[in-house]
Design a protein around this ligand. Structure first.
Ligand code: SF4
Ligand code: SF4
Length: 381
């Protein structure tokens, strides 16, 4: 799989130590230091906030305090478009100084202009947003020509010695044959890994039609993986057991605290995908969230979720507890035929609560009153 050995070993040792402590722990800090973006993808739930909120930025100090407080060994920086944040080089540098693994996710439109502000480092990875081949990607991001720019950025980044991977979200209707061919092409291009995720219906996303339910997700991943030797042909950065879960071979409950999200609103409760309240600190997030109320089978909004931010943590724990589970997968690839693992029953899930605009109203009044703890820039950079 596509993680460097040092990174895999360090994160593995961290998971073992935390597992022994018996406490809930974060694996990757998900950081969204701004929502402003230079694209307008239909599946995005981030960019339709009022301008006052799109102009808010987490400061370098807030970004460093977040990792110091939560202690995760890795951080994934997204947004919005992180390269629009003028202090992004300092944020990356600060994390590297703390010996954290940094994944900087970008749509790559600004990469050529800004790449000279960064230096290759074993702890630093560019993750280029690419949702499939030219037709698939340009359709996904609603802008023709974006695929070519992303491919150009990948080649530039590789030529300068940066570790460079892609992140690929697959939506309903993704053609397995084309997707498999796209993964082949990315491997031939020399990317250092592919992070794959099934599109999940953010409650704020304007286009709700093209997200996958769990059954279609599992079938789609089986169809894709069967065209790549059970996935062995491709270097996924996702863990082996998470990929096995996507192919319907594991019954997992999510671990929503394993990839906590910090945005300009604060620490998002309960997870990266659902915003049902915000905590001021990581401790408040961990201690003040009613975790037992969330997850597949517990809450209607969770019913279709299979995304990495909820289930990678579960897969990591499973790998530590049952290391032999991975052996046949590593040898033969992911099983893409035969019965699927039992699905969690949705019979007793509680109905969805629609609470997503309260934090926007609160932030707007803080901004108007001059009490916002985030930095406002005068105009989009
Ligand atoms: S590139 Fe990402 S943040 Fe920007 S609009 Fe698309 S999905 Fe949203
Ligand atoms: S199942 Fe629900 S709580 Fe768990 S990660 Fe998915 S959306 Fe979040």
């Amino acid at each position: 799989m596509g993680l460097p050995i040092r990174q895999a070993a360090k994160i593995g040792a961290y998971v073992v130590k935390k597992q022994l402590s018996g406490k809930k722990y974060p694996l990757v800090l998900m950081l969204e230091p701004l929502f402003r973006c230079n694209l307008a993808c239909a599946g995005c739930g981030k960019i339709d906030y009022p301008d006052e909120i799109l102009n808010q930025r987490l400061s370098v100090k807030q970004c460093m305090d977040a990792i110091d407080e939560c202690g995760a060994p890795a951080v994934s920086i997204a947004g919005g478009e992180p390269l629009l944040h003028r202090d992004m080089p300092k944020i990356v540098e600060g994390y590297i100084e703390r010996d954290k693994f940094v994944i900087l996710c970008t749509n790559a439109l600004l990469l050529k202009k800004k790449i000279h502000q960064y230096k290759p480092h074993p702890n630093f990875t560019w993750s280029i947003h690419l949702d499939g081949d030219k037709v698939m990607h340009d359709k996904s991001v609603c802008l023709d020509g974006t695929y070519e720019k992303a491919v150009e950025a990948i080649k530039l980044s590789k030529s300068l010695g940066f570790r460079t991977q892609i992140n690929c979200t697959l939506f309903d209707g993704a053609d397995p044959e084309r997707t498999a061919k796209f993964f082949d092409e990315m491997m031939e291009m020399g990317v250092d890994g592919i992070t794959v995720s099934p599109g999940y219906a953010y409650e704020r996303a304007p286009d709700q039609e093209h997200f996958l339910n769990r059954e279609r997700t599992k079938k789609m991943f089986r169809d894709i993986l069967s065209r790549g030797n059970g996935g062995k042909n491709w270097d996924f950065t996702n863990s082996t057991l998470f990929m096995d879960f996507l192919a319907g071979n594991q019954t997992y409950e999510c671990t929503p605290w394993s990839m906590p999200l910090l945005t300009v609103f604060g620490w998002q409760k309960p997870c990266y995908l659902l915003g049902e309240g915000y905590a001021k600190t990581f401790t408040e997030l961990m201690e003040g969230t009613e975790w037992e109320k969330y997850g597949v089978g517990k809450y209607e909004k969770c019913a279709n979720c299979m995304v990495h931010c909820g289930f990678e943590g579960t897969a990591a724990t499973d790998a530590i507890k049952h290391p032999l589970k991975m052996l046949p997968i590593l040898m033969k690839g992911i099983r893409t035929e035969g019965p699927m693992a039992p699905e969690i029953s949705l019979a007793n899930q509680r109905p969805a609560e629609f609470v997503f605009s309260k934090h926007v109203e609160k932030k707007m009044s803080e901004i108007k009153a001059g009490n916002s703890n985030t930095t406002e820039i005068a105009a989009a950079e």
